[in-house]
Write a protein that binds this ligand. Structure first.
Ligand code: SAM
Ligand code: SF4
Length: 338
């Protein structure tokens, strides 16, 4: 059913999904994301409080047609009592799902409680099955076994689970078949993400990006007895999903660089300090926290401001690619939340 409150931008796209980053802090330093020595964390008083997040979420769902919310970071599990936030969000009438993206280091013991609080699905990021490589890619964290433990617990709890893998040439591209095998063995969806120029380390280069096309060619070469078959999925899902002709495994690709999905983008994002971003690849932001703080703005005024901000959503990375300015000064992924 179409919701009359939905916000349509000037390119005809309807905002239906909201990502909320609840902290810019993280207990890892992934090479494709965080600067190795980030000390410019937001102060606690500059973060949206959980009460402010809930007020905004209600506005987005009840008056602006948002249907799904994803909690992200930084690393969302480093902020205390995230389960209370999940519980409050999942009780908003009309919201179809609350999900979370995590690096998996701290989540194992919270999986059951998060599920009981209404978490519908979990994305756990994992880029390698090799302990030394895990250390090299995460800024020195010896955490592979903890993340694997979290993945196994989520599988045992039957929580809808997706494993996110950022593929980088020369770093972990040789493990693509291993991740495919993992999906075929466990049934859990593995999503390969093309490396985007949103890193805080300055290592992004076109040569390091492994395209969806190349990943698929490699998989088809390695799994000669089976073929990848597309699964008809939601056009607004950036992941193009495939299975094999024997029905085992679900493999997704997020080809943000080589096949951008901007024309179907239905996402907007709020950073931990309450700024609304309508596009990952645009630096314009709209300060929602200050509207909440002076205590004088009514819900109607806030709704009007958000509606007009979303209507100005830019075309997306397509424009950047057309003008060949792929390494502009973009936001870092850990501040905007992926
Ligand atoms: N800390 C959590 C995690 O790692 O899952 C949530 C935040 S993280 C910014 C969200 C997602 O963005 C992760 O799956 C991560 O792998 C992905 N990501 C971060 N930097 C990226 C980049 N430069 N290109 C592509 N994906 C990236
Ligand atoms: Fe932290 Fe996630 Fe960024 Fe890795 S991708 S540094 S885990 S925020």
């Amino acid at each position: 059913m179409e919701n009359n409150d939905h916000v349509v931008d000037s390119y005809g796209r309807i905002a239906k999904k909201l990502r909320i980053s609840i902290t810019d802090r993280c207990n890892m330093r992934c090479v494709y994301c965080m600067p190795s020595n980030n000390t410019n964390w937001l102060d606690n008083e500059n973060l949206l409080s959980y009460e402010q997040i809930i007020r905004l979420a209600k506005i987005f769902v009840l008056s602006l047609g948002i249907e799904k919310i994803k909690i992200t970071g930084g690393e969302p599990t480093v902020r205390s009592n995230v389960e209370n936030l999940v519980k409050s969000l999942s009780s908003i009438e009309g919201l179809r799902s609350v999900s979370m993206t995590t690096n998996g280091l701290l989540i194992k013991d919270k999986i059951k409680i998060l599920k009981d609080c209404g978490l519908e699905s979990l994305n756990i990021s994992l880029d390698t099955f090799k302990p030394d490589r895990f250390k090299a890619m995460s800024g020195g964290i010896d955490g592979l076994y903890k993340v694997m433990d979290a993945i196994n617990t989520a599988l045992d709890e039957n929580l809808q689970l997706r494993v996110n893998v950022v593929i980088m040439r020369g770093w972990n591209d040789d493990e693509i078949p291993r991740f495919v095998k993992f999906s075929r063995e466990t049934g859990c969806t593995v999503k390969f993400i093309e490396f985007m120029p949103l890193d805080g380390t300055g290592i992004w280069a076109e040569e390091v990006v492994v395209s969806k096309r190349e990943m698929m060619d490699r998989i088809n070469k390695d799994f000669i007895y089976h073929h990848l078959l597309p699964i008809n999925n939601d056009k607004s899902d950036p992941a193009r999903l495939y299975t094999f002709d024997d029905g085992k495994g679900v493999i997704g690709f997020i080809p943000s660089i080589t096949e951008p999905f901007c024309q179907n983008c239905d996402r907007v994002r709020i950073t931990a300090d309450g700024k609304l971003y309508t596009c990952l690849f645009d630096n314009s932001s709209y300060n929602l926290k200050c509207l909440l703080e002076d205590g004088k703005k009514s819900d109607d005024e806030i709704i009007k401001y958000i509606r007009s901000s979303i209507q100005k959503k830019p075309e997306g990375i397509i424009k950047i690619i057309k003008t060949k300015s792929l390494r502009p000064t973009l936001n870092m992924m850990h501040t905007i939340g992926g």
